[in-house]
Design a protein. Structure first.
Length: 196
Protein backbone atom coordinates (compact mmCIF):
# COMPACT_ATOMS: atom_id res chain seq x y z
CA UNK A 1 0.00 0.00 0.00
CA UNK A 2 1.35 3.33 -0.96
CA UNK A 3 1.50 6.14 1.60
CA UNK A 4 -0.48 8.66 -0.44
CA UNK A 5 -3.27 6.21 -1.18
CA UNK A 6 -4.14 5.75 2.51
CA UNK A 7 -7.47 6.95 3.91
CA UNK A 8 -6.11 9.69 6.27
CA UNK A 9 -4.10 11.30 3.47
CA UNK A 10 -7.10 11.24 1.15
CA UNK A 11 -9.27 12.75 3.88
CA UNK A 12 -6.81 15.60 4.43
CA UNK A 13 -6.32 16.29 0.72
CA UNK A 14 -10.05 16.30 -0.08
CA UNK A 15 -10.86 18.88 2.60
CA UNK A 16 -7.85 21.22 2.65
CA UNK A 17 -9.63 24.13 4.36
CA UNK A 18 -10.88 22.00 7.26
CA UNK A 19 -7.54 20.22 7.58
CA UNK A 20 -5.60 23.51 7.56
CA UNK A 21 -7.96 24.99 10.16
CA UNK A 22 -7.53 21.95 12.43
CA UNK A 23 -3.73 22.04 12.13
CA UNK A 24 -3.71 25.79 12.82
CA UNK A 25 -6.05 25.33 15.79
CA UNK A 26 -3.82 22.56 17.16
CA UNK A 27 -0.73 24.79 16.94
CA UNK A 28 -2.63 27.68 18.53
CA UNK A 29 -3.82 25.53 21.44
CA UNK A 30 -0.30 24.17 22.01
CA UNK A 31 1.06 27.73 21.98
CA UNK A 32 -1.61 28.97 24.42
CA UNK A 33 -1.10 26.07 26.82
CA UNK A 34 2.68 26.44 26.75
CA UNK A 35 2.55 30.25 27.02
CA UNK A 36 -0.04 30.14 29.80
CA UNK A 37 1.99 27.60 31.74
CA UNK A 38 5.12 29.76 31.45
CA UNK A 39 3.23 32.87 32.60
CA UNK A 40 1.71 31.03 35.57
CA UNK A 41 5.11 29.59 36.51
CA UNK A 42 6.70 33.04 36.27
CA UNK A 43 4.02 34.64 38.43
CA UNK A 44 4.24 31.89 41.04
CA UNK A 45 8.01 32.12 41.08
CA UNK A 46 7.87 35.91 41.45
CA UNK A 47 5.32 35.74 44.25
CA UNK A 48 7.32 33.07 46.05
CA UNK A 49 10.48 35.13 45.70
CA UNK A 50 8.74 38.24 47.01
CA UNK A 51 7.16 36.34 49.88
CA UNK A 52 10.40 34.70 50.96
CA UNK A 53 12.37 37.90 50.53
CA UNK A 54 9.93 40.31 52.12
CA UNK A 55 7.75 37.92 54.08
CA UNK A 56 6.09 40.03 56.77
CA UNK A 57 2.31 39.77 56.93
CA UNK A 58 1.91 42.91 59.00
CA UNK A 59 3.87 46.09 59.49
CA UNK A 60 3.43 47.91 62.80
CA UNK A 61 4.17 51.63 62.77
CA UNK A 62 3.47 54.39 65.30
CA UNK A 63 0.29 56.43 64.96
CA UNK A 64 2.27 59.47 63.82
CA UNK A 65 3.26 57.56 60.69
CA UNK A 66 -0.34 57.53 59.50
CA UNK A 67 -0.59 61.30 59.80
CA UNK A 68 2.83 62.23 58.39
CA UNK A 69 2.98 59.89 55.41
CA UNK A 70 0.77 57.90 53.10
CA UNK A 71 1.24 54.37 54.45
CA UNK A 72 -0.02 52.87 51.18
CA UNK A 73 2.84 54.50 49.30
CA UNK A 74 5.38 53.35 51.87
CA UNK A 75 4.26 49.72 51.97
CA UNK A 76 2.99 49.07 48.44
CA UNK A 77 5.25 51.30 46.38
CA UNK A 78 8.33 51.15 48.57
CA UNK A 79 8.59 54.89 49.16
CA UNK A 80 10.66 55.96 52.12
CA UNK A 81 9.11 57.23 55.32
CA UNK A 82 10.57 58.44 58.56
CA UNK A 83 8.97 57.65 61.88
CA UNK A 84 10.13 56.19 65.14
CA UNK A 85 8.63 53.85 67.71
CA UNK A 86 9.65 53.38 71.31
CA UNK A 87 11.54 50.10 71.74
CA UNK A 88 9.28 49.22 74.70
CA UNK A 89 6.45 48.65 72.22
CA UNK A 90 8.30 45.60 70.87
CA UNK A 91 7.45 43.52 73.94
CA UNK A 92 3.83 44.67 73.88
CA UNK A 93 3.52 43.60 70.25
CA UNK A 94 5.36 40.32 70.88
CA UNK A 95 2.82 39.45 73.61
CA UNK A 96 -0.23 40.04 71.40
CA UNK A 97 -2.26 36.97 70.52
CA UNK A 98 -1.56 35.72 67.00
CA UNK A 99 1.89 37.28 66.64
CA UNK A 100 4.30 34.57 65.51
CA UNK A 101 7.49 36.48 64.74
CA UNK A 102 8.63 40.00 65.37
CA UNK A 103 11.70 41.92 64.36
CA UNK A 104 12.57 45.58 64.67
CA UNK A 105 14.27 47.44 61.87
CA UNK A 106 15.99 50.77 62.19
CA UNK A 107 15.51 53.08 59.22
CA UNK A 108 18.03 55.89 59.45
CA UNK A 109 17.08 59.04 57.56
CA UNK A 110 18.53 58.97 54.09
CA UNK A 111 21.58 60.97 53.30
CA UNK A 112 23.58 61.81 50.23
CA UNK A 113 26.52 59.53 49.57
CA UNK A 114 29.44 59.78 47.17
CA UNK A 115 28.32 56.62 45.37
CA UNK A 116 24.95 57.84 44.36
CA UNK A 117 22.97 60.61 42.73
CA UNK A 118 19.93 59.78 44.88
CA UNK A 119 19.59 59.76 48.62
CA UNK A 120 20.46 56.51 50.37
CA UNK A 121 18.42 55.03 53.20
CA UNK A 122 20.39 53.14 55.84
CA UNK A 123 18.53 50.15 57.25
CA UNK A 124 19.71 48.41 60.37
CA UNK A 125 18.46 44.86 60.86
CA UNK A 126 18.94 42.35 63.64
CA UNK A 127 20.12 39.16 61.89
CA UNK A 128 19.05 37.06 64.88
CA UNK A 129 15.35 37.99 64.55
CA UNK A 130 14.90 39.44 61.06
CA UNK A 131 12.81 37.39 58.65
CA UNK A 132 12.00 39.96 55.96
CA UNK A 133 15.39 41.17 54.71
CA UNK A 134 17.51 38.27 56.00
CA UNK A 135 16.41 35.65 53.41
CA UNK A 136 17.33 38.09 50.63
CA UNK A 137 20.73 38.75 52.24
CA UNK A 138 21.40 35.01 52.64
CA UNK A 139 20.48 34.33 49.01
CA UNK A 140 22.45 37.28 47.58
CA UNK A 141 25.45 37.46 49.89
CA UNK A 142 25.44 34.31 52.02
CA UNK A 143 26.29 35.80 55.42
CA UNK A 144 25.67 38.83 57.61
CA UNK A 145 27.86 41.92 57.44
CA UNK A 146 30.35 42.31 60.29
CA UNK A 147 30.79 45.41 62.44
CA UNK A 148 31.38 48.50 60.24
CA UNK A 149 30.50 46.50 57.12
CA UNK A 150 27.48 47.18 54.94
CA UNK A 151 25.60 45.52 52.12
CA UNK A 152 24.40 47.78 49.32
CA UNK A 153 21.31 47.55 47.16
CA UNK A 154 21.71 46.62 43.52
CA UNK A 155 21.16 50.11 42.09
CA UNK A 156 23.91 51.78 44.11
CA UNK A 157 27.24 52.47 42.43
CA UNK A 158 29.31 50.72 45.09
CA UNK A 159 31.00 47.34 45.05
CA UNK A 160 32.55 44.85 47.48
CA UNK A 161 35.74 46.28 48.93
CA UNK A 162 34.75 49.94 48.49
CA UNK A 163 34.75 52.28 51.47
CA UNK A 164 31.87 54.67 52.09
CA UNK A 165 31.33 57.37 54.70
CA UNK A 166 28.00 57.99 56.41
CA UNK A 167 27.65 60.64 59.10
CA UNK A 168 31.43 60.79 59.52
CA UNK A 169 31.86 57.01 59.95
CA UNK A 170 33.77 54.98 57.36
CA UNK A 171 32.29 51.61 56.52
CA UNK A 172 33.40 48.87 54.15
CA UNK A 173 31.09 47.51 51.46
CA UNK A 174 30.94 43.76 52.05
CA UNK A 175 28.71 42.92 49.10
CA UNK A 176 25.97 43.88 46.68
CA UNK A 177 22.47 42.41 46.91
CA UNK A 178 20.21 41.08 44.16
CA UNK A 179 17.75 43.43 42.46
CA UNK A 180 14.22 43.73 43.90
CA UNK A 181 12.72 46.59 41.90
CA UNK A 182 11.85 48.45 45.13
CA UNK A 183 13.39 51.12 47.34
CA UNK A 184 15.64 48.39 48.77
CA UNK A 185 17.79 48.63 45.63
CA UNK A 186 18.92 52.12 46.72
CA UNK A 187 19.34 51.25 50.40
CA UNK A 188 22.27 50.24 52.56
CA UNK A 189 21.99 47.41 55.11
CA UNK A 190 23.98 46.82 58.25
CA UNK A 191 23.78 45.15 61.63
CA UNK A 192 22.48 46.86 64.78
CA UNK A 193 25.97 47.63 66.14
CA UNK A 194 27.06 49.38 62.95
CA UNK A 195 23.97 51.57 62.71
CA UNK A 196 24.37 52.78 66.29
Amino acid sequence: MRLFDSLPVKNISRRPFRSSALILLSFLLCFLITGGSLIIYGLQSGLHSLQSRLGADLMVVPYEATTKADIGNIVLQGNTGYFYMDKKKLEEIRNLEGVGKISAQFFLASCSASCCSTKVQIIGIDPQTDFTIQPWIEKSYGKNPAYLEILVGNSLNAFAGDTMTFYGTKVKVAGKLAKTGTYLDTSVFCGPDTIR
